[in-house]
Write a protein of this length. Structure first.
Length: 493
C-alpha cells in the first residue's frame, strides 16, 4: 500500500480536514504578512527621503502607501485572528497541554497588533494634520511593532521545532516552565531573522513590481521611477543577506533537526559523500527518480566537506519521520524557494552593477519584466518556506514530543469539511474585496494625477488628505481641472 494511503488509513478522520483548513488559512494569511511586516519601514524610508529633500513626489508616494498599509492591516487582522482561533479549535491537544509553555508568543503578537493598529491610525490621520517632523517621528515606532508581532509568532513556531524551557512530570505533562528558554530556543534566532529579511525583500519586490509594470506600459515619469527605485533598492540590498541567513538556518536544521534535514534533501540512508538532488521524487523504498543528481554536494553543503555524515530518514522508525510523499513535498518546496532566491539575487546583481557603473536605473525592458515578476515569485518563495518548515517536521506538531494526530480536535470530520468550505468562501470574498479596494485606489490616484489637480508647490504635508477641501481665498485661481490649487489626489472620496 502506498505510504500516503497508509497514513490516511491510520490517522484520525479529523486530521485531513483540520490540516487542510489550517494550511489554507495560513497560506492565505502569509500573502499579507510581507506588507504588514515590511511596508511600514519602506513607507517611512520614502517619507524620510521626501522630508529631507523637500520632495513632494516622495511624500505623495509615502502617503498613498500608508493608505495601502492601513487597508492591508485591516485584512491581516481578520485572517490572523482566524488563525489564532484555529489553534484552539483544531488543535486542542496542543494548546491544552503545551499552551502554558509557548503561548506567551501569541500574547506578544496580540499586544503588537494592538500597538500597530493605534500607530497606523495616528500615522494615517496625521498627514497634513500634524507638523511634518512630528508626524514622521510618530510613525517611526511602526516598523518596531511590526517586528514585535513577527517575534511572537516566530518564537512560538521555533519552539514547536526545538521545544525547550520545561521538564516533564510522571504523567508526561510540562512543568517548571522557564519562559526565556521557551522563547529563545536554538531555532529562534535563525528562523526569526530569516523570516524578517524574507518579508523585507518580498515587500520591496512586490511594491517595486507595481511600478515596473507602469514602466513597461510607458509611464516613466519621476513618480514611477521613485516608486520603483526605493523599494527595489531595499529588496536588492537584503537579497544577498538572505542567502547568508538561509545558509545559517539550513545548517541549524542539519544539527538540531537532522530528520527534517533528511526530508528537505530526500536523504534515505545515513552516509557520507551524499549527493544533492535538484527536485526529484523519493519513493517508499528509498529510491529517487527524476531531478538532477549532483554527486557529494549535499555533504559539502552540510559540512563543507564530502566526508560530512548526513543523517538519513531511516535513522528513526517510520512512524517518527516524514513519509516519502511528505519528504518529496518538503524537498520540492525547499528547492523552489532556493531557486527563486537565486534568480532574485541575479536580478539584484544586475540592478547593482548598472547603478554602480552608470548611476542610473537599468534601461532594458527585460530587467523590468523580471522586476514585475519578482514580487509574485518572492511570495511563492515565502509560501514554500513555510511548507518546508511545517511538512518537514511531520509527524510531529511539537518536535519529538507530540504528534499531529494526538493534538487534533475530536470534532466530527464532516463538520470540519463544512467549516473548511465556508472559510474558503469567506476568504474568496475578503481577498476579492481587498483587490477591489486596491484597484479602486489605483484608479482614483491615476485620475487625480492625469487631471493635474496638485499644484507643483503643494506637498502632501499641507492639507487635509481625506476630509473637506481647504477654503479658497477670494480671488484665488482654480487649479487645472477646475479644482483649487490646494486640493490633492487624496481628497477624492
Amino acid at each position: 500500500m502506498h505510504d500516503t494511503v497508509q497514513l490516511l488509513a491510520d490517522a484520525p478522520a479529523q486530521l485531513l480536514p483540520a490540516r487542510s483548513l489550517m494550511a489554507f488559512t495560513l497560506a492565505s494569511h502569509i500573502i499579507l504578512v510581507p506588507l504588514g511586516v515590511a511596508l511600514p519601514l519602506i513607507t517611512l524610508i520614502m517619507h524620510g527621503y521626501g522630508l529631507r529633500r523637500g520632495d513632494a513626489t516622495a511624500l505623495l508616494l509615502a502617503r498613498r502607501w500608508s493608505a495601502v498599509m492601513a487597508v492591508q492591516f485591516a485584512i491581516g487582522v481578520v485572517t490572523g485572528t482566524v488563525l489564532s482561533f484555529e489553534f484552539g479549535l483544531l488543535w486542542p491537544g496542543l494548546m491544552g497541554r503545551w499552551g502554558d509553555v509557548f503561548g506567551i508568543g501569541f500574547g506578544v503578537e496580540a499586544w503588537a497588533f494592538f500597538l500597530e493598529a493605534v500607530l497606523i491610525a495616528i500615522y494615517l490621520y496625521g498627514w497634513r494634520r500634524l507638523p511634518a517632523r512630528t508626524h514622521f517621528l510618530l510613525g517611526l515606532p511602526l516598523p518596531a511593532t511590526a517586528l514585535l508581532g513577527a517575534f511572537g509568532i516566530l518564537a512560538a513556531n521555533a519552539w514547536m521545532n526545538t521545544p525547550r524551557g520545561f521538564t516533564l512530570d510522571s504523567a508526561g505533562n510540562p512543568v517548571d516552565v522557564k519562559i526565556w528558554k521557551a522563547i529563545f530556543t536554538p531555532m529562534f534566532g535563525p528562523q526569526y531573522w530569516h523570516f524578517v529579511v524574507a518579508m523585507l525583500l518580498t515587500a520591496g519586490y512586490v511594491v517595486a513590481g507595481v511600478y515596473a509594470v507602469g514602466w513597461l506600459r510607458g509611464r516613466r515619469d519621476r513618480y514611477h521611477r521613485l516608486g520603483f527605485t526605493i523599494p527595489f533598492t531595499v529588496a536588492a540590498v537584503f537579497t544577498p543577506v538572505q542567502f547568508m541567513l538561509g545558509d545559517s538556518i539550513a545548517r541549524q536544521v542539519f544539527h538540531k533537526q537532522p530528520v527534517k534535514f533528511a526530508a528537505m534533501e530526500i536523504v534515505w540512508e545515513t552516509d557520507t559523500h551524499v549527493p544533492e538532488y535538484l527536485f526529484g521524487r523519493l519513493h517508499p523504498d528509498g529510491t529517487v527518480t527524476g531531478g538532477i543528481r549532483i554527486p557529494q554536494l549535499d555533504s559539502v553543503l552540510a559540512g563543507f566537506s564530502p566526508d560530512t555524515k548526513v543523517t538519513g530518514l531511516t535513522s528513526v522508525p517510520a512512524d517518527q519521520r516524514p513519509n516519502a510523499t511528505q519528504a518529496t513535498i518538503a524537498h520540492w518546496a525547499f528547492d523552489t524557494m532556493v531557486g527563486i532566491g537565486s534568480l532574485l539575487a541575479l536580478l539584484a546583481l544586475w540592478y547593482g552593477l548598472v547603478w554602480l557603473r552608470r548611476r542610473r536605473l537599468p534601461a532594458s525592458a527585460w530587467f523590468y519584466r523580471g522586476a514585475a515578476v519578482a514580487g509574485a515569485a518572492s511570495v511563492v518563495a515565502v509560501e514554500c518556506g513555510w511548507i518546508t518548515t511545517e511538512v518537514g517536521r511531520q509527524p510531529w506538531i511539537v518536535y519529538e514530543n507530540m504528534r499531529v494526530a494526538e493534538a487534533v480536535t475530536p470534532t466530527r470530520s464532516t463538520s470540519l469539511w463544512i467549516m473548511f468550505g465556508l472559510v474558503v468562501v469567506v476568504y474568496v470574498f475578503i481577498f476579492a474585496s481587498f483587490l477591489a479596494v486596491l484597484l479602486g485606489m489605483r484608479s482614483r490616484w491615476r485620475l487625480a494625477d492625469e487631471g493635474g489637480e496638485v499644484a507643483p508647490q503643494e506637498t502632501p504635508e499641507k492639507d487635509t488628505p481625506y476630509g473637506p477641501r481647504s477654503r479658497v481665498p477670494a480671488g484665488s485661481a482654480a487649479g487645472p481641472g477646475g479644482d483649487a490649487a490646494a486640493s490633492s489626489p487624496g481628497d477624492r472620496p
